[in-house]
Design a protein around this ligand. Structure first.
Ligand SMILES: O=C(O)c1cc(=O)[nH]c(=O)n1[C@@H]1O[C@H](COP(=O)(O)O)[C@@H](O)[C@H]1O
Length: 285
């Protein structure tokens, strides 16, 4: 099955373009979880599996930022594997690894994240040139999301600046990604931050059919109505990621922490409902 078919099916089944970010920080786990007196690794497996359980109806995808598993040390990859086992089949799983290296080294990252861990997609930095993306693009069943317009304030240092005749370096990257995507069976999409809608237009115009991974709603303050407006003419299927906004729990609330996670997810899904509906229709086409 191609990556795009899997993405379409998952958006259709969940009726949502929500991607739940799994970025566990043991110090922020609910006190009930921390009180279990388990090891940090066991707590992480328990917490993340519960997050997946509570979000699986309303999420099309899960994005695992590998930093949070590397931070657990030598057993971090075992922890990641145990959590991946809990993701229902049919959901898109993305390794947010943001790798960037020469092609023969990137081939080993591909062996790790696609072949060993079985992720459907990976985030990569395109800053060493588009030749570095090639090792990830030989399989129609997998996808790359290349950083094109990131959500952090420092994106203004490089990405949103004019580049050659292009409005921004981001727009140039988008154009290059479009050219490269035509040469490979794998799917090549873009990461664009929800905090940057004023910079979207030239980027999306340069690659209108790009699958999009959009982080930055929730904790980083990206505006969903703005996102809805700027996405209006975009053809590629988006995934809108929320990590902390899903996992955040408040001990002063009456509901149990895991129900809070379900309600957080419902709230975000309501917020992005217009975008989800539009792309669900596209996924049906
Ligand atoms: O590639 C990403 O996913 C990414 C790119 C970007 O420009 N900004 C960004 O926040 N991210 C990731 O998206 C997630 C955002 O987390 P929250 O701000 O908690 O929703 C983190 O895993 C970030 O590493």
């Amino acid at each position: 099955m191609s990556y795009i078919s899997k993405l379409q099916a998952s958006i259709r089944n969940s009726r949502s373009v929500l991607c739940v970010g799994v970025d566990p920080v043991p110090e922020t786990f609910p006190r009930e979880v921390r009180a279990m007196e388990q090891s940090e690794n066991d707590m992480t497996v328990f917490f993340c599996r519960r997050v997946i359980e509570q979000t699986k109806t309303g999420a099309a995808a899960y994005k695992f930022n590998t930093a949070y598993f590397e931070a657990l040390g030598a057993d971090g990859f075992h922890v990641l594997n145990e959590i991946l086992d809990a993701v229902p089949s049919g959901k898109v799983v993305i390794a947010d690894a943001k790798r960037c290296d020469v092609p023969h080294t990137n081939a080993r990252y591909k062996a790790a994240w696609f072949d060993r861990f079985g992720f459907d997609a990976i985030t990569l930095s395109p800053f060493m040139g588009t030749d570095t993306l090639a090792p990830f693009l030989d399989d129609a069943g997998r996808a790359v999301y290349a950083l094109a317009l990131t959500s952090n304030p420092g994106a203004d240092e490089l990405m949103t600046r004019p580049f050659g005749t292009e409005k921004s370096l981001s727009a140039y990257i988008a154009g290059r990604l479009r050219e490269v995507s035509a040469r490979y069976p794998g799917s090549l999409g873009m990461v664009i931050g929800a905090t940057q809608p004023e910079h979207y237009t030239p980027v999306l115009r340069a690659y209108p059919e790009a699958p999009l991974l959009i982080p930055g709603v929730g904790a980083q303050g990206g505006s969903v109505p703005e996102l809805d407006r700027v996405l209006s003419g975009h053809d590629g299927l988006p995934l809108i990621n929320a990590s902390r906004a899903v996992a955040a729990t408040d001990p002063s609330r009456e509901e149990p922490w895991d129900i809070q996670i379900r309600h957080n997810t419902d709230r975000i899904n309501k917020l992005i409902a217009t975008i989800s509906q539009k792309y669900q229709t596209k996924a049906d086409e």
